[in-house]
Ligand binder design. Structure first.
Ligand SMILES: Cc1cc2nc3c(=O)[nH]c(=O)nc-3n(C[C@H](O)[C@H](O)[C@H](O)COP(=O)(O)O)c2cc1C
Length: 330
């Protein structure tokens, strides 16, 4: 089994990849998408979104980071993919899943799923421009409005020479609403042989197992679940080997949050460095009730001294769980 950390624009950046891959269990990351429209982008754009390029395309923990490209013009996508590979990307991923209006309006992301031939042409052009040794993965949803093109798209991507396919098991129309239709992925597995990576709605080790059973996929991609529970990848990995691993406790998560803030102070100007921390707390509070308290304490703060103050206080204080109602306590 391999576990991939999902690309998440504005959320899973270099700092988050550093932190999460440092915990173990993740086999590969993908950058936030690099959007290309009508020209070859300067190298600095790739280096900014993927600082790992300076480290052989890997995080400090040695996990490869594929560069994700989003665009609708085969030639332009292919040229930019080739540049990213030249800059040291260990693999390229093409995005055909983004539901954002601004992206879809400029002919990129999930809207391309309405045109299977165009998806095929983009993947084929990228394959053609890339060195044979560079893996080319593709990420799709089940469709745009509906699933009518799904299997044609899958066949086309395979015929165009992609090495792997990640399927987020929902249409653009489904957005991010549960459920994810893992059973549809099983249909794709019947018609192509390249590895398929199943994605969508995996929040705990039991979900991972069910997703594998229903989709028939061995490999999985984790998005929001890994943000809510930073140790989810290693829990799933341990579970798959029949090993029981204790989940991360809140004090350990607090240390990660502190480290995350430090990493962000390196890359953002000081007054904005707390923003990614606040954003992460919104995910963390779905699993750790303490994250909600911390979020309330931090949400209006910008000055590093204030933010450090709150973080250090949290590190030093013991938080008890919410009281159990009298009925159940008896
Ligand atoms: C805030 C956010 C940003 C995302 N950005 C990207 C992106 O840049 N590229 C991409 O292919 N998918 C992106 N996605 C989709 C995720 O990679 C993933 O397919 C989706 O969240 C479903 O997985 P999950 O249920 O495990 O979160 C994004 C999702 C979210 C919620």
């Amino acid at each position: 089994m391999r576990l991939m950390l999902a690309p998440m624009e504005g959320v899973v950046d270099h700092a988050m990849r550093e932190l999460l891959t440092g915990l173990g269990g993740i086999d590969r990351c993908v950058t936030e998408f690099v959007r290309v429209t009508d020209r070859l982008l300067p190298a600095r754009v790739f280096k900014r979104l993927c600082p790992e390029l300076a480290n052989g395309g890997k995080t400090s923990a040695g996990v490869p980071v594929y560069v994700q490209i989003l665009g609708g013009d085969p030639q332009v996508v292919a040229e930019n993919a080739a540049l990213a590979a030249e800059l040291g990307a260990p693999g390229i991923d093409l995005n055909f899943g983004c539901p954002a209006k601004s992206v879809n309006n400029s002919n990129g992301g999930s809207i391309l799923l309405r045109e299977p031939e165009r998806v095929h042409a983009i993947v084929a052009a990228a394959r053609d421009f890339l060195p044979q040794s560079t893996p080319l993965s593709v990420k799709i949803r089940l469709g745009y409005e509906d699933q009518s093109n799904f299997l044609d798209i899958v066949r086309g991507i395979n015929a165009a020479g992609a090495t792997e396919l990640t399927i987020h098991a929902r249409t653009k129309r489904h957005g991010y609403r549960p459920p994810a239709y893992w059973e549809e992925i099983a249909l794709a597995r019947q018609i192509i042989d390249i590895p398929i990576i199943a994605n969508g709605e995996i929040w705990n080790p039991a979900d991972a197992l069910r997703c594998q059973q229903v989709s028939g996929c061995v490999d999985l991609m984790l998005g929001r679940g890994a943000l809510c529970r930073p140790d989810l990848p290693r829990l799933i990995e341990a579970n798959s080997r029949g090993i029981t691993r204790l989940p991360l406790e809140w004090p350990e998560v607090l240390l990660l949050i502190k480290r995350f803030y430090e990493l962000n102070l390196d890359s953002y100007d000081a007054r904005h460095a707390a923003n990614p921390v606040k954003q992460w707390l919104v995910y963390l509070r779905m699993h750790y009730f303490q994250a909600n308290l911390l979020f309330e304490d931090i949400k209006r703060l910008h000055e590093p001294d204030d933010v450090w103050g709150v973080l250090n206080l949290a590190l030093g204080r013991k938080i008890s769980p919410p009281p159990i109602s009298n009925m159940s306590a008896e």
